[in-house]
Write a protein that binds this ligand. Structure first.
Ligand code: HEC
Length: 479
């Protein structure tokens, strides 16, 4: 014990820890009586971020940044218990970060905490929000399965719509003309070096500003912020009823942060990481697999709006969102902070939540989306276990036809149901469609061998309505 104490004195003497950190820990903060639990989301986001740093470093030590091997290195990580848990933590940590930074932003916005003198707190926070979303986006791509691969294609496709510099931007994102090894390296470097560096920088400024300006006091209707008097007033508030941050306010941050981390760990162990999709398959170029949950609503929005509005939404949506984030503290830097005196702020948050929830629910149903998780057709559906029809059923599964087409209840619903293809279409008609594709179906010209095509046609021609068990017809009494 004495040795530890001596060691601490020595360390403190040569580093000045207690002199520099002591005042920070015990600086006075406003006593927020009713809203004290609303102040914990920022520190909890930080806790989730630290979890991401640690698990991210661990994952990167086993991940291979090569388009040929990335997927296999993830399979390897997934095959070990510790790997599965670390991947799970990284996945649920990302989810937690997005939820918490969202809650933190909403809290700060509704309470008007971005007003004088905390405008730069808000602006650096807005940067952190953007970077967090970019991390989620680039991270999803690193899985380099179907979803990851198409993330890159979709990103480049959307960037390509930007006027004038669109082509250049798309090229920049893909690091070439097509998604491949160079794309993966580019996203890897963004995900592990570039964006984290920005996050650390912005985070330091953000935290410094939180200390410099002090934590905002709970808003009160009828007590507007006036830049000329605010600081003096705030200091007198702290003097009269401030409490030392440590331990009186900090324990809540610590408590909530611990719960968040424990929840992330528990989910990682119980639910495990997201399953890897199939390896990327460039032949289903028009397929749009469903992204991770946090982008699901945006994906559904883009899939459901009329085609002609797509360009506007893709270009103006992010632009307006960015402008909104920048203008909020600049145009609204003073005046009433209480949401009761800013009813439109409640309206804005409520409509954003309703819109996101609506499209999110649509995204989960996603009738337009290929079902990448469809299992191979069982023998009871195919009818035979060998011969051209059985071979054709295998091709139907392996070439991804089943992602979009249902056969006897198996498969996606993006394309027409093919359970009765043999009744409706001649082999020549089928072959034409398979070769030429359609707006929502990729062309398979050059993707199938002669043999695969003929067995595929044999299989499809063997699909007749009678094979499908019909639901029993209920007799209506009295008719
Ligand atoms: C990305 C989704 C998708 C994939 C993958 C896909 N299709 Fe299609 N398919 C469609 C859509 C959508 C249509 C309707 C096109 C139209 O008529 O405009 C269609 C139409 C068809 C038709 C004509 C159906 C009819 O009722 O007229 C056939 C046959 C067909 N596909 C077979 C295949 C085969 C075989 C494969 C695999 C080699 C395949 N499709 C892969 C989406 C897909």
């Amino acid at each position: 014990m004495r040795i530890l104490k001596q060691l601490w004195h020595w360390l403190d003497d040569i580093t000045g820890i207690s002199k520099s950190l002591g005042p920070i820990l015990t600086h006075p903060v406003p006593r927020a009586r009713k809203t004290r639990w609303l102040y914990v989301f920022g520190s909890a986001t930080l806790a989730a971020f630290l979890v991401q740093v640690v698990t991210g470093i661990a994952l990167s030590s086993a991940y291979v940044t090569s388009s040929g091997q990335a997927y296999h290195s993830l399979q390897f990580i997934n095959s070990t218990t510790i790997g599965r848990i670390v991947r799970g933590i990284h996945y649920f940590g990302a989810s937690a970060m997005i939820i918490l930074i969202g809650l933190h932003t909403i809290r700060v916005y509704l309470m008007g905490s971005y007003k004088y003198p905390r405008q730069m707190n808000w602006l650096t926070g807005a940067g952190l929000l953007m970077f967090t979303l970019l991390m989620a986006f680039t991270g999803q791509l690193l899985r380099w399965d179907q979803i990851g691969f198409w993330t890159a294609v979709v990103a480049a496709e959307q960037a390509g719509r930007v006027p004038l510099i669109g082509n250049w931007l798309g090229h920049f994102i893909l690091a070439g003309n097509t998604a491949g090894g160079a794309t993966l390296s580019r996203f890897f470097s963004a995900h592990v070096f570039f964006i984290p560096a920005l996050i650390f920088t912005f985070l330091s400024v953000h935290l410094y500003l939180v200390l410099f300006n002090g934590i905002s006091e709970p808003p009160k209707a009828g007590r507007p912020v006036d830049p000329r008097t605010y600081r003096r007033w705030y200091h007198s508030l702290l003097e009269s009823e401030g409490i030392p941050f440590w331990p009186y306010a900090a324990w809540r941050d610590l408590f909530f942060g611990t719960i968040v981390v424990l929840a992330i760990f528990t989910l990682a162990v119980v639910a495990g990481p997201p399953e890897l999709g199939k390896p990327p398959d460039p032949t289903i170029v028009s397929a749009s697999p469903r992204p991770d949950w946090y982008f699901m609503w945006y994906f559904a929005l883009l899939s459901l709006i009329p085609k002609w509005t797509e360009n506007w939404v893709i270009l103006l949506g992010p632009l307006f969102f960015g402008l909104f984030l920048i203008l909020v503290p600049i145009l609204g830097g003073r005046g009433e902070r209480s949401p009761l005196r800013r009813p439109w702020s409640i309206l804005i948050i409520a409509s954003v939540i309703v819109i996101i929830a609506h499209y999110w629910a649509e995204g989960i149903r996603a009738p337009w989306s290929p079902r990448l998780e469809s299992p191979p057709l069982p023998a009871s559906v195919v009818g035979v276990t060998s011969g051209p029809v059985a071979d054709g059923a295998r091709v139907f599964y392996e070439k991804g036809c089943e992602y979009c087409h249902t056969v006897s209840g198996y498969g996606g619903i993006r394309g027409p149901n093919l359970s009765d293809a043999g009744d409706r279409l001649t082999p020549a008609q089928m072959a034409t469609r398979i070769f030429s594709g359609a707006e929502n179906m990729p062309s398979y010209r050059g993707e199938l061998t002669e043999e695969q095509l003929s067995s595929l046609l044999a299989f499809l021609s063997s699909r007749h309505l009678l094979q499908v068990p019909k639901p029993p017809v209920l007799k209506t009494p009295g008719k």
